[in-house]
Design a protein around this ligand. Structure first.
Ligand SMILES: Nc1nc2c(ncn2[C@@H]2O[C@H](COP(=O)(O)OP(=O)(O)OP(=O)(O)O)[C@@H](O)[C@H]2O)c(=O)[nH]1
Ligand SMILES: [Mg+2]
Length: 467
């Protein structure tokens, strides 16, 4: 997602970084590029205009100020603007003081409502909640069955009554009270396009359950149309937030970048794949960072926390901070890394990762040589790779069925990664209570630009992977 926009803005950002001085002509040039990048990403024209005006103001300010790094100021302005149009702040769910918290899902047919309902249930579970799903889509015979399957997969009960959708929704909330479930998610029927009957039905359901949150699911692939849909729904339903689905497709991202400005409601969650885990809370600041190629360490850390055993990560973190992170630890973490999802997605979130690597399709197979090399090492070599001399290198390479050059590259890059991680570990805090991704403890909270900058200056990267 956002690949094209990201490529273009990343290019602009890289050029700006080196600029000692910035002239008005430079600004004109940059603004032209930013404008066309946004338009190409299918961002709403009005939004593009207002965004560009604001960035331009900052950029002109930067040409006139005596600041050391005007390029940096412009990069910050672009980052701030992107964050702002993506919604500014993360939508934090406030649970009803008197449970259950009721969530109503709305959207066009095929937008991904039912899938998102299942994913959201899993997400609430990860937050320590006990959701109940309600199938109020009686339009399609298989709809409730689909929801039941999803409920089974995420381990959440599903309520439905074949009689009537409004009644089902109402009784679903009663059922939740009876069962002591603290979150109810109501899935509703979609239609091919906005029609009066569908709007009326979802409005009645909304009236019957008084939702704490009404989420509109929109398909990111539909671009600007999605924004029109959002507008129409919002006029009937009072949307609280948007769930953007299918962000894994080759969507240009325009919907994500326009919806907040157009309906004034933020994107709450993003659905990024068919798998139930491919679902995240939407953090505008992190997403802006990802688009600008500055990485998204926070999401990476959270995914790591979910995939890693907490105490295992904790131990590794301690060793790392003491400078004792070994190749054995690395191997262990690599296994956990595989659980975090496709590697290319992970790489895309790492700060300072070269563009060509982000776009590379890297699968588990690419990790195999690294694994083989580490497994051919003795315990001592894994603990202290610096002892790996020419003859050891030859033996390891042979054992792994790889070239000696690959062994030295892995050792060298591991050393660099260690350095980078130590540097990041010095961010000024202790690791989070649940452990956390090794060495990143100091970065809890929102990393600011200077921290991101520092990290980007690091020479790190994934050992064993090409630069
Ligand atoms: N790649 C990808 N596919 C998705 C995502 N979300 C949903 N889908 C797929 O999109 C199709 C429609 O999803 P549903 O969840 O059934 O959509 P719906 O809005 O409930 O559809 P109706 O109930 O017919 O209105 C399914 O094939 C899903 O697997 C996503 O984030 N990424
Ligand atoms: Mg459905």
């Amino acid at each position: 997602m956002f690949d094209n926009l990201s490529n273009r803005l990343d290019g602009i950002v890289r050029r700006l970084r080196g600029k000692g001085r910035l002239t008005e002509a430079d600004v004109d040039e940059i603004m032209k590029e930013i404008r066309s990048a946004l338009l190409e990403a299918d961002v709403n024209v009005t939004v593009v205009r207002s965004v560009c005006n604001r960035i331009r103001e900052h950029a002109i300010g930067a040409t006139r100020s005596q600041a050391l790094d005007p390029g940096q100021q412009v990069v910050k302005a672009v980052n701030d603007e992107l964050t702002r149009i993506l919604g500014g702040e993360t939508l934090a769910i406030k649970y009803a003081s008197k449970p259950p918290t009721v969530i109503l899902m709305a959207g066009l047919q095929g937008s991904g409502k039912t899938t998102a309902t299942g994913k959201l249930a899993l997400w609430f579970k990860s937050q320590g909640r006990q959701p109940l799903l309600v199938g109020a889509d009686l339009q399609r015979p298989a709809a409730v069955e689909q929801l039941r399957t999803l409920g089974g997969q995420v381990g959440v009960p599903v309520y439905s009554d074949p009689e009537d959708p409004v009644l089902t929704a109402f009784q679903g909330v009663e059922e939740a009270k009876r069962l002591g479930r603290d979150v109810v998610i109501v899935d509703t029927a979609g239609r091919l396009s906005i029609d009066a009957e569908m709007m009326e039905q979802v409005r009645l359901i909304s009236g019957a359950v008084s939702p704490d949150y009404t989420f509109l699911v929109i398909d990111a692939m539909t671009g600007q149309d999605a924004v029109q849909t959002a507008d129409a729904f919002h006029r009937t339903l009072q949307i609280d937030g948007v769930i953007l689905s299918k962000l894994d497709g080759d969507a240009r991202g325009g919907a994500a970048l326009s919806v907040k400005e157009v309906i004034g409601r933020p994107i709450a969650f993003a659905s990024t794949g068919e798998k139930l885990e491919a679902f995240e809370q939407f953090h505008p600041d992190r997403m802006a960072g990802r688009i600008l190629g500055m990485g998204d360490m926070m999401t990476l850390i959270e995914q790591a926390e979910n995939a890693f055993e907490a105490d295992q990560a904790e131990q590794a973190a301690v060793r790392l901070m003491e400078g004792e992170f070994t190749l054995d630890d690395f191997l262990e973490q690599m296994q956990a890394l595989k659980k975090m999802g496709p590697l290319s997605g992970i790489l895309g979130m790492m700060p300072g990762m070269p563009k060509e690597m982000k776009n590379a399709k890297i699968g588990d197979d690419d990790l195999k040589p690294i694994e083989a090399i580490i497994r051919s090492m003795t315990a001592e070599e894994r603990a202290r790779p610096q002892i790996i001399s020419g003859s050891r290198r030859g033996r390891i390479a042979k054992g792994a069925g790889r070239e000696p050059g690959e062994v030295s590259r892995l050792v060298k890059q591991f050393g660099e990664m260690q350095k980078m991680m130590k540097k990041m570990g010095m961010g000024g805090g202790k690791k989070g209570k649940r452990g956390g991704f090794p060495g990143l403890g100091g970065l809890r909270g929102t990393p600011d630009m200077s921290e991101l900058e520092q990290m980007m200056g690091g020479q790190g990267g994934m050992p064993g992977l090409p630069r």
